[in-house]
Design a protein around this ligand. Sequence first.
Ligand code: CP
Ligand code: NVA
Length: 329
Amino acid sequence: MDLRGRDFLKLLDFTQEEILYLIDLAAELKEKKKKGIPVDTFRGKNVALIFEKTSTRTRCAFEVAAHDLGMGTTYLDPAGSQIGKKESIADTARVLSGMFEGIEYRGFGQDIVEELAKYATVPVWNGLTNEFHPTQMLADLLTIREQFGRLQGIALTYMGDARYNMGNSWMVACAKMGMHFTACTTAKYFPAPELTAQCRAIAEQTGGSITLTEDVQAGTRGADVIYTDVWVSMGEPDEVWAERIRDLHPYQVNRSVMENAREQAIFLHCLPAFHDLKTKIGAEVGERFGITEMEVTDEVFESAQSRVFEEAENRMHTIKAVMAATLAK
Ligand code: CP
Ligand code: NVA
């Protein structure tokens, strides 16, 4: 398998074999890190990390992974560069390609990261767009495989806002890996029909399946993985909170959802999560709408079935694999 020089923009661009290769490589790099065996064969290389939206996990994962591999990093924050304001994406891509061996981009439309990749002469990695979050998928797939020993045939139910980056990404990931994807939410938040049709065609080849349902009991029964994400994503206006809470509250992950899933089911969430009032936004929204928890109850978040912190750690190992696989030696 040779992925050198490839961009990592969305899982749709990769075959099942290529995705499995990245997960296997991540598992190998994780084991080496745990044993204290250094893999710093990329010494002398540098990567640019562009963040037009904020981040904890993705930024830290790219920085730690790059440093472990022996590389230098430059972080460009949401306010501190010329990108998109004084300089086009095409020009930025060509400038950064002259100084760096790889570029990470987190921002708004998928078209922006695709444009960056078109003009860059080095690999570009998608650190989250409105449409897709592919590095999150690799971490989650690794976490699921660590738990169940396989991906093929695993049933994952995604609750909440299924028409944004996480819901889209999960529908694609399940189709590619032969998993059973269920979007369990109100129909307004189902993934777009074109992407759903595309994923159904892929799933037919891999033995996976795509189900969209509004029925919580039917949608969560027997699931291996229950997944959710925030109801309002970065970049969305504050005005949507009231509507989201009203629409998505019936799809909150709570004890009765977990009890309806398989006994061995796990709970995953890309994080950050609103499971209590201990954040600024959580407290404000809680007070405004008279609620104490949003997409997941604190009980489930803190339960033995929750694997969210193992999942977060796996961001680093999988991002390291993406960089190690795609960078030129
Ligand atoms: N899950 C995730 O992408 O987290 P950050 O926004 O903290 O990077
Ligand atoms: N849907 C969330 C994912 C965060 C990792 C967002 O875009 O804010």
